[in-house]
Design a protein around this ligand. Structure first.
Ligand code: GLN
Length: 187
């Protein structure tokens, strides 16, 4: 199994460490030449969604990514990755990959609340501690979207077909169960 990790900006090394711990191979995608259509899955990390989105366009990575999504490639987005995968952003007119029938709100917990942890119940995994950093949440989800986790009644993890997204950062925790969930989706 070989997983591509978008490495334009943000927390991508931590995803590699989580995959290493699970014995899965990974490689970084920094430019179009790195985009291997034979990869088994792809991770879009956290960071700044506006910056990552702009780089996707400038580096001509947006269309190959959309094609990969359309072909059913399993994709896991965390935080900014969730925003980039969403069809709608409540407080912005940005939309890039249009893969999730969701409306997300950026910086949904307020700009000042830089980071916090909360416990949640992740469907199929159980209780886990989630780390949020200037996080979004899902305000509205269409019928094809499976809600996997909520915090204070706000949706913070979803799956739609081959696409998984979390508003929090599982890669910042030594707990690798969300990455394991993604690897199981691929198998
Ligand atoms: N606030 C960022 C955004 O809107 C996301 C933060 C993150 O990925 N940790 O893109």
């Amino acid at each position: 199994m070989n997983i591509g990790i978008l490495a334009l900006q943000g927390a991508f090394i931590e995803h590699r460490h989580a995959l290493d711990a699970l014995g899965a191979r990974s490689f970084e995608i920094r430019q179009l030449a790195d985009f291997d259509p034979n990869m088994d899955g792809l991770i879009i990390p956290g960071g700044e969604s506006t910056v990552i989105g702009k780089l996707l366009v400038e580096l001509h990575l947006l269309e190959p990514l959309k094609r990969a999504l359309a072909s059913g490639l399993p994709i896991f987005g965390t935080c900014a990755g969730m925003i980039l995968l969403s069809q709608r952003v409540a407080n912005s007119d940005q939309h890039y990959l249009d893969a999730l029938d969701t409306t997300v709100r950026r910086n949904a917990y307020g700009r000042q609340l830089a980071s916090f942890q909360a416990s949640t119940h992740f469907k199929g995994i159980g209780a886990l501690c989630a780390t949020f950093i200037r996080a979004p949440y899902v305000e509205q989800a269409g019928p094809a979207v499976e809600v996997l986790a909520t915090v204070d009644e706000k949706i913070v993890a979803v799956r739609q077909g081959s696409v998984l997204a979390t508003a929090f950062h599982p890669e910042l925790s030594p707990d690798t169960r969300v990455h394991e969930y993604f690897l199981k989706m691929i198998c």
